[in-house]
Design a protein. Structure first.
Length: 114
């Protein structure tokens, strides 16, 4: 599965994936985080294992001050099967790389491990 990414990193956060309007991308791009969150939660009920949905919802959480929730979703994406994500410049990146960048962008957020 390939998903297109928008790499314009806003506020140092990972960019949202944009395969279609079903990824919440348009709402994220316009700053309508409430709409994006609603769309993403609906899609995640249907497709709970899609990393691009996890990554976009994590970006919404990060941009709305919920860093712990964002970190948890980025970690879930990292623990999921990696998918290739096509970038606007034609390059391809693993969802794991995108999720790690998002996690790294959260700065001092630490989650207790096992």
């Amino acid at each position: 599965m390939r998903t297109l990414l928008f790499l314009g990193l806003a506020a140092g956060l990972a960019a949202p994936a944009i395969a279609s309007d079903r990824t919440g991308y348009q709402a994220i791009a316009t700053g309508d985080y409430q709409k994006a969150e609603e769309e993403l939660l609906v899609e995640r009920r249907i497709f709970p294992r899609r990393p691009e949905l996890m990554i976009n919802l994590a970006a919404v959480y990060a941009r709305t001050g919920r860093k712990a929730e964002a970190a948890a979703l980025y970690r879930t994406a990292l623990n999921s099967a990696a998918v290739d994500m096509a970038l606007p410049d034609g390059n391809v990146s693993s969802s794991h790389i995108v999720a790690q960048r998002g996690l790294d962008s959260l700065g001092g957020t630490e989650i207790a491990g096992r």
